[in-house]
Unconditional design. Structure first.
Ligand SMILES: C[S@@+](CC[C@H](N)C(=O)[O-])C[C@H]1O[C@@H](n2cnc3c(N)ncnc32)[C@H](O)[C@@H]1O
Length: 230
């Protein structure tokens, strides 16, 4: 993740609320995304409440990166993609609208799940859904592809840089989550596709092959594919 902007506004659970949006701004954004136009981040982020917009450049995937990652992950409209730590839903919303495939985001902060659901409603993004919980509790075997924007790094940031204090964050938690992620990746179905932006913080299991590395946004987008067992 890039360094925090000077103005980093921390979320607190009292400020993360579903945005009150008219239908039309969301429709205009959705139309552009369906035509695979990588609109400016500030235009997409206008769908969000101010506190969520203010942390976007550090915590949420830029539109152009989300669009490219979705293109790399989706092989056809039947592809089911899981965003591991979906935050305000930006990756899933852009991906679902641009590709027509089905995107699920799992997020441990309930307030952000509400924000993502409200943005999905405003955009009419029916192929994006968001669930509240820790990522390892969702049935990974039902997904074909996974996206990680370095979700566990926040555990080792100083407390002043945390998004909020609504979840437990610690280096022990970081280690536990990385262990879960490595185990789940090792058990994913053959041919599973993984995209990482700023990496995922752990060691990709040996059964995966790195197919592409592309400089994009403030880092690299990587595409990994699980080789079929011999
Ligand atoms: C860097 S943000 C990326 C958000 C989103 N994927 C995007 O790209 O716009 C990482 C998100 O992962 C969430 N997260 C971290 N650990 C998690 C866990 N164990 N289970 C579910 N969500 C988690 C954080 O709350 C945060 O919203």
């Amino acid at each position: 993740m890039p360094p925090p902007p000077e103005h980093l506004a921390l979320l607190d659970s009292s400020t993360v609320r579903a945005p009150k949006l008219g239908v039309r701004p969301g429709r205009r954004v959705a139309e552009l995304l369906r035509r695979e136009v990588a609109l400016a981040d500030e235009d997409f982020d206008a769908l969000y409440p101010e506190a969520v917009r203010e942390v976007s450049s550090r915590y949420w995937t830029p539109v152009a990166v989300a669009m490219r990652a979705a293109q790399l992950l989706v092989t056809d409209r039947s592809t089911r993609v899981l965003d591991v730590g979906s935050g305000a839903g930006k990756f899933c919303l852009v991906g679902a609208l641009a590709t027509g495939a089905s995107f699920t985001g799992v997020e441990h902060r309930a307030g952000l799940v509400e924000v993502a659901q409200a943005a999905a409603a405003s955009l009419g993004a029916r192929r994006a859904r968001f669930v509240h919980g820790r990522f390892h509790t969702v049935p990974w075997e039902t997904f074909d592809a996974f996206y990680f924007f370095n979700p566990f790094a926040e555990n080792v940031f100083p407390a002043s840089e945390h998004l909020d204090a609504s979840v437990e964050l610690s280096s022990d938690r970081c280690l536990a989550d990385l262990t879960f992620a490595e185990e789940l990746l090792a058990r994913a179905k053959d041919g599973a596709r993984i995209a990482t932006y700023h990496g995922f913080g752990g060691q990709m299991p040996g059964s995966y092959e790195l197919l592409r590395t592309e400089p994009l946004g403030s880092d690299y987008l990587e595409l990994w594919v699980k080789r079929p067992r011999a």
